[in-house]
Design a protein around this ligand. Sequence first.
Ligand code: FAD
Ligand code: FES
Length: 259
Amino acid sequence: MQPQKSQVKATLLQNTRIKGDYFCAELLMEAIPQNALPGQFIHVQIPDLNHRVLRRPFSIFNVEEKRLSLLYKVVGEGTKQLSYTSPGKELDIVGPLGRPFSPLPEKSIIVAGGYGCAATYLLAKNAPVKPMVLIGGRTKEDILLKEEYEALGCEVRISTDDGSTGFHGRVTQLLQQVIAGQTWLAACGPIPMLKALAELMPTLNLKGELSLDKAMCCGVGACFACVAKVKDATSPDGWRYARVCAEGPVFKAEELIFA
Ligand SMILES: Cc1cc2nc3c(=O)[nH]c(=O)nc-3n(C[C@H](O)[C@H](O)[C@H](O)COP(=O)(O)OP(=O)(O)OC[C@H]3O[C@@H](n4cnc5c(N)ncnc54)[C@H](O)[C@@H]3O)c2cc1C
Ligand code: FES
């Protein structure tokens, strides 16, 4: 059973640029960190964004006692405003939200693209047998958390589309090269990466779960702004729309239908 969600006031402890457009924020709060499971997210009311009332969803990157970390990329008005927010500021947070990843079995591999590596970090941290981790990005500026995964004891491989660091090519090509008997894959990243993985996984005898990144509004299953197509044998067409915020963001790879 998933833990109860809470709405809490959190104090921003740190908000630091890691590199390029990527920032790490650390928040102090009650209730949510203790209940958070790998792959879940929080819904954040960005301070001083008064004309834009919608909360923004971010994966729970790490938790330590009452502290919770986020890793975020500045892509628009909300994340830009968040990057300007100073330590000491109070933020209104709802969470933990969404369906988490299943615990990793022994022979597992994690594939993460861009800030997707934040969604899979707790999964690796909690795994008794550490998975191999593949991190892909467009350039070396998009490769994050390599050292943090290595500090957990994971073997980490890197790919970049432009070859600026690691394997030169897609992370799916790297996966084909390095797979060595793993039977389970967990992944989070851009939709085209997840689509390519979903197609590749059966050919590599991999089962697993993919975490979808969809723009959201309510974040709690009420508005249907975040839907994705999933297989459903009980529906006349064999598929239905699932609300990513409530039924995901983590789905079994084989149940997803990518357009
Ligand atoms: C479950 C979940 C977990 C997430 N975890 C993280 C995370 O750990 N770190 C992180 O940096 N971001 C994460 N995101 C994405 C993040 O929520 C968006 O980048 C953010 O809401 C954009 O807000 P904004 O006001 O800056 O951009 P806006 O001004 O709202 O939009 C700017 C641009 O980004 C696009 N966009 C907005 N939301 C998304 C989205 N969810 N996916 C793809 N494109 C989007 C818009 O279409 C627009 O083109 C997550 C999203 C989901 C659904
Ligand atoms: S964001 Fe409203 S149903 Fe998912």
